[in-house]
Design a binder for this molecule. Structure first.
Ligand SMILES: *Cc1c(COP(=O)(O)O)cnc(C)c1O
Length: 384
């Protein structure tokens, strides 16, 4: 046999789609079974689907391959993956995290984790000195996003890995925005990569699912045992859909980026736009870091329109191709207002402090023709 392919563009098609033993289907079957026969008591390949399932295993192997990870685990949602990671902690522990993280993670920490006697600090994570200053004797974890949601700031992964090793902390990145196509955090020494697979990885806005990738065997065992004990497992059918989505992952990510770059440049020159946030722009404050730790800039673009709340609402309601909806990473373009939609859970004073203003608009640039998308935005911007 010839050598296994190397390029991610090939591997997304190749992995998990080799002809299956027994029947030769080129696609892994959906094993829609909750339980499996033992050949003798306690002797089995699969036992029970909460513990593991063949369709899930196939997806997990593909995800581990994508992220250069030794192990992959998938969950019934991104938040279920977040919850499983937080279950590694105990009462009395402290977490250092960013101040412009995903609204749902913010809510999870403040509403759920806080009740378990775990404390956290929401900080600006862009300078090593600030992160180091937030580490306390009981700190056990650094949780971060890069790029952040919705402001698209970048955090230096090498710096986080270095501080985590020095203080014996678990470093965790939510890699949903960059995706393993553009960023492989484990290669930079980060301990855990977490994803909402709902977004780019599945890519078709028809599945809710989460993922965790790690290299460490013990960490994998702990997480797997928590998964079996708690039960946040996805259905075999959803695993099949995500595996199906991954076959076009590479071509989709390239097109998302082409569109996002073109739109970011267009918005930059628009008289009704105050500020554009896209790490691919040379003017972006973390552009050099993006060049260092990412192989592309992704498909998310945020901008501030030169208008008030009402003007922003008119803009949001005037697009035709961009759909007014939360979520991101699907083939179709979406537009939303973080202040009233994805980040509504954040108290207004916190939003104001981190810069999530009423005129902030977040775009998930789909794979449509960028010129059509620009024409759609042009019309919407005329309405403010
Ligand atoms: C959507 C999202 C999540 C939560 O994932 P679900 O699949 O919706 O549970 C977590 N982090 C980020 C950055 C997200 O965009």
């Amino acid at each position: 046999m010839s050598k296994k392919p190397k390029s991610t563009d090939t591997l997304v098609v190749y992995t998990g789609t080799r002809p299956q033993p027994g029947h030769g289907s080129v696609i892994p079957p959906i094993v829609q079974a909750s339980t499996f026969a033992h050949s003798e008591p306690g002797v089995y390949e699969y036992d029970y689907t909460r513990t593991d399932n063949p369709t899930r295993s196939s997806l997990q192997a593909t995800l581990a391959m994508l992220e250069n990870a030794k192990h992959g685990l998938v969950y019934s949602s991104g938040m279920a993956a977040v919850d499983s990671i937080m279950n590694l902690l105990e009462a009395g522990d402290h977490i250092v995290t960013g101040d412009d993280i995903y609204g749902g993670t913010y809510r999870y920490l403040t509403d759920v984790v806080a009740r378990r006697g775990i404390t956290f600090s929401f900080i600006n994570m862009y300078d090593e000195a600030d992160v180091a200053a937030a580490i306390k004797p009981n700190t056990k974890m650094i949780w971060f996003e890069s790029p952040t949601n919705p402001l698209l700031n970048l955090v230096d992964m090498e710096m986080i890995a270095r501080l985590s090793k020095k203080h014996n902390l678990l470093s965790v990145i939510d890699n949903t925005f960059a995706t393993p196509y553009f960023q492989k955090p484990l290669d930079y020494g980060i301990d855990i990569t977490m994803h909402s697979l709902t977004k780019y990885v599945n890519g078709h806005s028809d599945v809710i699912m989460g993922g965790i990738m790690v290299n460490d065997d013990d960490l994998h065992e702990q997480l797997k045992s928590l998964q079996n004990a708690i039960g946040p497992t996805p259905s075999p059918f959803d695993c099949f859909l995500a595996q199906r989505g991954i076959k076009t992952f590479a071509v989709r990510m390239k097109q998302h980026e082409v569109g996002a770059m073109k739109i970011a440049k267009y918005l930059q020159n628009h008289p009704k736009v105050e500020e554009v946030m896209y790490p691919g722009l040379p003017e972006h404050p973390h552009h050099d870091l993006a060049l260092k730790q990412m192989t592309g800039f992704g498909g998310m673009v945020s901008f501030k329109a030169k208008t008030d709340l009402d003007g922003t609402v008119r803009l949001l309601q005037a697009t035709d191709i961009f759909i007014l909806a939360v979520s991101l990473g699907g083939v179709e373009s979406l537009i939303e207002q973080p202040a009233t939609m994805t980040h509504f859970e954040m108290p207004p004073e916190v939003r104001a402090e981190v810069g999530i203003t009423d005129n902030l608009v977040r775009l998930s640039v789909g794979i449509e023709d960028p010129d059509d998308l620009i024409a759609d935005l042009e019309y919407a911007l005329d309405q403010i």
